[in-house]
Write a protein that binds this ligand. Structure first.
Ligand SMILES: CC/C=C\C/C=C/C(=O)SCCNC(=O)CCNC(=O)[C@H](O)C(C)(C)COP(=O)(O)OP(=O)(O)OC[C@H]1O[C@@H](n2cnc3c(N)ncnc32)[C@H](O)[C@@H]1OP(=O)(O)O
Length: 727
């Protein structure tokens, strides 16, 4: 909520409390600001005006919910910012807490800006698919120069007050009461000329090579945007500021803003913003929820296993300022793991600069390495991160159950294994919970949190709190094979491989998926992760390898279609990047540049000949639909079973853990935009063509929703007979 303080000649402050922007939940009352400014200008006793926030916050900007509301109305902010700037009396912005989006644009209209040292500011509109549409794209480059403005506007990053001061975005940073400092400043400014402080009148600071700079910047922005429209249109708006007078630049900004507003991407990104917050309000099938469960403090944690996942998890815990005990099975593994963890932490410290001091990871009180389970006696939480092997995990949990204090939470980092079976090895299964980290664990934001039959609400609340401390987004899901993320991934990967059997090449499939906006297609992903991982799992499930009963048809398992292609590649030692060959070829073992492999193409032809599969041309539409709609179909099954309590959970998981393009809102949001009747019709078509693929059979819940008239996403769960959406 913004307030207007009127500074009078007698140095008394008349205070009008005008709600301009929300504390973000409330509506925008711009009219009040306009009226207040006009009254201040007309009143000779008022000598200066100050705009500040309430409750220690300047403004989080406009109400994001309002952008997708069909009833969006009211006066525009840009003209008001101009009105502030035109004021004949000095207007000072006193920024505390946050000044984001439209809030910062208001501050840019002021003649002076004073900020508290702990304030943060930014123009994050790009992250919700928009651009700073209240003349911010025209004022900011005039104030801080084109490179810095482009950076802030196209990334949306929030910056601290100290950085804002260096950039010239604010005039003063104070450690004391910002409002009082603002009033002092306002008093000093009374009677001073304001012309040079009106940003719309300032020329753009020139660069010797503006044209070259802008072309390079555009290439960078496009590369980072990966199909997302907003960064490029933000760029265009700033470019307009470099080429056109202020008023024309503002007109261009408005045009571009309207394109974005109606683009569909903005709705998807705004949905993703609220979805990420909605998943914090978790519930379980048995009715436990965030409302009544209390997280327990984690004063010390332990990690078991210092493989790739364990190393990343230790790093995340250290960065979250949680003292850690890291345990390995023997000294050799421990030393290798210690070196790797230290390297990761050194790198993180480099990235953090001065703030890195707080990590203090050379201090054994903060990070300790051991091979002795006794060192885990007094920890509050353990994260086991050993191999995906049930017997091994159960053995470890049995041991932990005897050693750890009864209140300690026992987490297993698994991507698919049964949490209840692991918990059965302990004497307090209510303390056991699944925490599925994504690789690299210190980078990836997603944490899938899986509750078992006995998991206590406190364990769930604590895991959620831990996710937050590690700056991750925790999503609570039920226990089933593959949980949510991997369970939905299986049909997608399966379709990708079936498409190869029928006539596609890995590079065709990857291209279609990457053009859709995924960071990486299924085959490049498989080469990166290592084909041997899935091979081991399939051998464990008896789908391939020595335990396969003789006479099993090559392309069928349990009466369903099966493709042995990935197994055949593994038998040839083609494990992906690590061996230099997989679905692609690489320059060397460990190489990263995937090149289409003629060997693989001939191998696929021979395979089709052997199995008498007629090679056919498969178009982009079929590739995309078979991969994505089968994944979405599984999502509907998951919702029907109550494994996730709403579609937003699935979407947050896919955006943060599986590279789903955020500007497409996640798989379930995408389904809602494509339209459920279309998805159903396509699945029916593909299922008829491939009756031996149960994953293509439309989910009963999808059919129910279509029969119910294709309701909007936020009403889906009320049709499920399960729980309701949080949105
Ligand atoms: C033609 C007109 C053109 C332009 C005008 C201006 C445009 C804009 O201003 S666009 C909006 C720009 N602002 C943002 O993008 C800020 C978004 N919010 C945040 O980054 C964060 O919420 C925060 C930094 C402000 C606070 O973070 P944190 O303390 O971690 O709290 P939460 O994120 O959990 O948020 C708490 C609560 O507030 C809701 N919320 C936050 N910001 C907005 C907002 N701008 N509009 C609507 N609602 C907002 C958020 O959803 C949470 O709600 P729940 O508690 O119900 O989950």
């Amino acid at each position: 909520m913004l307030r207007l303080l009127l500074v009078c000649s007698c140095k008394r402050i008349r205070q009008f409390s005008y709600t301009i922007f929300s504390n973000p939940k409330f509506n925008i009352f711009l009219q009040a600001l306009e009226d207040g400014l006009k009254r201040a200008d007309a009143d000779p006793s008022v000598k200066a005006v100050m705009i500040c926030g309430e409750n220690g916050k300047f403004s989080a900007g406009a109400d994001i919910q309002g952008f997708s509301s069909p009833k969006r109305q009211g006066i525009a902010l840009g003209p008001l910012v101009s009105l502030i700037e035109r004021s004949e009396k000095p207007v000072v912005a006193a920024i505390e807490g946050i000044a984001l989006g439209g809030g910062l644009e208001v501050a840019l209209g002021c003649h002076f800006r004073v900020a508290h040292v702990q304030a943060r500011m930014g123009l994050p509109e790009v992250t919700i698919g928009l651009l700073p549409g209240a003349e911010g794209t025209q004022r900011l480059p005039r104030l801080i120069g084109v490179p810095a403005a482009l950076d802030l506007i196209t990334t949306g990053r929030h910056i601290p007050a100290t950085e804002a001061l260096k950039l010239g975005l604010v005039d003063e940073v104070v450690e004391e009461n910002t409002v009082e400092a603002g009033i002092r400043l306002a008093n000093k400014l009374i009677g001073q000329p304001l012309g040079p402080r009106r940003l719309s009148l300032k020329p753009i600071p020139r660069l010797p090579n503006m044209e070259a700079f802008l072309s390079e910047a555009l290439v960078k922005v496009k590369k980072q945007a990966r199909g997302c429209l907003a960064p490029e249109l933000c760029f265009q708006a700033v470019k307009a500021a470099t080429e056109q007078p202020f008023a024309d630049g503002v007109r261009r900004e408005r045009e571009l803003f309207n394109i974005l507003l109606t683009s569909g991407q903005a709705q998807a990104l705004q949905y993703a913003f609220f979805a990420e917050r909605a998943v914090q309000r978790w519930t379980t099938l048995s009715g436990a929820s965030w409302k009544s469960a209390s997280p327990q403090p984690i004063r010390r944690a332990a990690v078991i296993g210092l493989g790739t996942m364990g190393r990343g998890i230790v790093t995340s815990l250290v960065k979250a300022n949680i003292p850690v005990v890291a345990l390995e099975q023997d000294v050799e593994y421990l030393n290798t793991g210690r070196k790797a963890v230290m390297l990761l932490l050194e790198r993180e410290a480099m990235k953090m600069g001065q703030d890195a001091q707080s990590l203090d990871f050379h201090n054994p009180a903060r990070l300790q390495f051991t091979v002795d389970f006794d060192g885990l006696r007094d920890v509050d939480l353990v994260i086991e991160a050993v191999f995906e092997n049930m017997a091994l995990k159960k053995e470890i949990f049995k041991k932990l159950s005897g050693i750890c204090k009864p209140g300690a939470f026992l987490c297993t980092n698994t991507s698919a294994l049964n949490i209840d079976e692991i918990a059965s090895a302990t004497s307090h299964p209510q303390q056991v919970i699944g925490t599925h980290f994504f690789s690299p664990a210190h980078v990836m934001r997603l944490l899938e949190i899986i509750y078992g039959r006995h998991t206590s609400p406190a364990a769930i609340a604590t895991a959620m709190q831990l996710a937050k401390a590690m700056k991750k987004v925790g999503v609570v899901v039920g226990n089933c094979f593959g949980f949510v993320g991997n369970r939905m991934m299986f049909p997608y990967v399966q379709q990708a491989v079936f498409l190869l059997e029928e006539g596609s090449r890995p590079e065709n499939v990857d291209q279609v998926i990457e053009d859709f906006g995924f960071k990486i297609g299924p085959f490049r992903m498989s080469d990166l992760a290592g084909l041997d991982v899935g091979w081991r799992s399939r051998k464990g499930q008896g789908l391939t390898g020595a335990s396969l009963p003789p006479g099993t048809p090559a392309r069928q398992r349990h009466g369903r279609r099966y493709s042995p292609l990935p197994d055949l590649l593994c038998e040839q030692g083609r494990f992906g990047q690590k061996t230099g060959k997989g679905w692609y070829q690489y320059e060397k073992a460990g190489g990263r540049t995937a090149r289409p492999d003629p060997w693989l193409h001939s191998f696929l032809s021979e395979y089709r000949d052997t199995h008498q599969i007629k090679t056919r041309f498969i178009d982009q539409e079929e590739i995309l639909e078979r991969c994505l709609f089968s994944l979405i179909n599984e999502g509907f099954n998951i919702l029907a079973e109550g494994i996730a309590s709403g579609p937003e959970h699935l979407d947050v998981i896919y955006i943060n853990g599986y590279g789903w393009p955020k500007h497409k809102g996640g798989p379930m949001f995408h389904a809602s935009t494509v339209g459920l009747p279309r998805i159903l019709a396509k699945l029916q078509k593909y299922s008829e063509a491939h009756p031996d693929v149960p994953e293509l059979r439309p989910s009963a819940f999808l059919k129910k929703l279509v029969a119910a008239g294709n309701p909007p996403l936020k009403e889906w769960m009320s049709c499920s007979g399960s729980q309701s959406s949080k949105l």
